[in-house]
Ligand binder design. Structure first.
Ligand code: CA
Length: 230
């Protein structure tokens, strides 16, 4: 299941900057240049969970788009993209329907963090997380019966593979060295070689990645270790 985000921005350079970074962070980005187009695309993609709305636009402005979205949709997360020159009093006063705002220029890390936070709050479009479960679309890890599902399908794991998945899902986006992984999964007393980490991760990729040759969930951090790519 794709994690869909809408980006409404009329300036193509800013729009492509956002698209590149959100795509890299694992989102499927629906683009719109005008407010009218954004509202059309939202109608066609009811599974969009977060919308980023520029304010100054040709045609209806971002505030109006926000109002119209909120009139029918209370669940979607809305982030306004504001310019530094805009008076913040006015922006915050008008953005009653929005959840957050980001001031341009923003860094990729800041943008992704804001979208991630809102996406999680918006429910992620999947099953709600229960105690004893870690849900990171499309994966659901059940820590009570030690099972993993991807898109609702059970994936059979060895105990070591399960421990690696749990470690990754508890540390999303964090680069973990092979030594740390060895310690966390096999324990500090383990006298094996670091290669065992690579062997298990290669096998785990075959089970959980869409394409193990081009992994998107377990990413290699060259010369260091691995990172869970959310
Ligand atoms: Ca603009």
């Amino acid at each position: 299941m794709a994690r869909k985000v809408l980006v409404l921005e009329d300036e193509s350079s800013i729009r492509s900057f956002i698209v590149i970074n959100l795509t890299r962070a694992g989102y499927e980005v629906i683009e719109a240049e005008t407010g009218e187009e954004a509202l059309e695309k939202l109608k066609d993609n009811s599974d969009i969970r977060v919308a980023l709305l520029d304010i100054m636009l040709p045609g209806i402005d971002g505030f109006e788009v926000c109002r119209r979205i909120r009139a029918t949709n209370t669940r979607i997360g809305i982030i306004m993209l504001t310019a530094r020159s805009q008076e913040m009093d006015k922006v915050t006063g008008l953005m009653t329907g929005a959840d957050d705002y980001v001031t341009k220029p923003f860094s990729p890390a800041e943008l992704t963090a804001r979208v991630d936070a809102l996406y999680r709050r918006a429910g992620g479009g999947g099953p709600m997380e229960q105690p004893g479960e870690i849900y990171q679309e499309p994966f659901l890890l059940n820590t009570r019966n030690r099972t993993l599902e991807k898109n609702g399908q059970r994936i059979k794991l060895t105990q070591v593979e399960y421990s690696i998945m749990k470690m990754f899902m508890e540390n999303p986006g964090k680069a973990l060295s092979r030594e740390e992984i060895l310690d966390m999964v096999w324990g500090r007393d383990y006298f094996g070689e670091l290669k065992i980490v690579d062997v298990n991760i290669r096998r785990l990729r075959l089970k959980i990645e869409d394409n193990a040759q081009n992994p998107t969930y377990i990413n290699t951090v060259w010369g260091y270790g691995y990172k869970w790519g959310f």
